[in-house]
Design a protein around this ligand. Sequence first.
Ligand code: ADP
Ligand code: TYD
Length: 208
Amino acid sequence: MKNKGYFISFEGIDGSGKSTQIQKLAEFLGALDFDIVITREPGGSVGGEEIRNLLLQGNVDRWSAETEILLFTAARRDHLERIILPALKEGKIVICDRFTDSTRMYQGMRGANLRNLVDSLNEKVINFDPDLTIIIDIHPEISLKRAKSRKTVEERFEDFGVDLQMKMRKGFIELAKEFGDRIEVVDGQQSVDKLAQDIGSLVKAKIS
Ligand code: ADP
Ligand code: TYD
């Protein structure tokens, strides 16, 4: 396994605990002697991070959903070419905070046919799935409170509010059924350490 690498993405609504659990998983796998690369979307590469700034700052209506799909996909292509694929080629475990499933949810659920646009563009210019996707499931009232306490300038999507996050939570669970072979759902309302244990066991079982 170490010769071909392994690609793990984390998904879930804003403030669900992805960054926290990614750090924990990296420590766990590092102790098992795996080489780990932690990265994120939008961003991860120099160009991807520049596109991130365009996407995450400013008014909620700064971009249309269609324009966002193009920008997120452009950022992803650069990230894939420059960071993810080279690391996997070197046999590393790549852990990514969000990937294509986020575009399927956040942009794809915003109007009729947008999910089709996400999927067809993905097929043409990305066409690469994680080996494993972990969705952290949590009630939006809890996650929004956590996310808001961070006070960053990147609030464009968090400003969408509880109703939209409720829709996203449901959408992520449906996505887990659609891609049952790839996606695992974990309970984000547990303590950091208990959840880290669950995720660690799950990943260890998959990669060994
Ligand atoms: P995300 O990356 O999904 O937005 P974070 O990992 O940044 O989420 O977590 C959001 C906030 O919630 C942070 O302040 C973090 O310390 C806190 N947090 C994360 N996981 C838990 C947990 N299981 N219980 C309580 N607080 C948590
Ligand atoms: P992230 O930094 O993971 O935010 P958080 O830590 O609050 O979960 O992601 C930033 C925002 O970008 C998040 O609100 C979701 C949004 N996003 C999309 O709308 N589409 C995408 O394809 C991606 C990758 C992220």
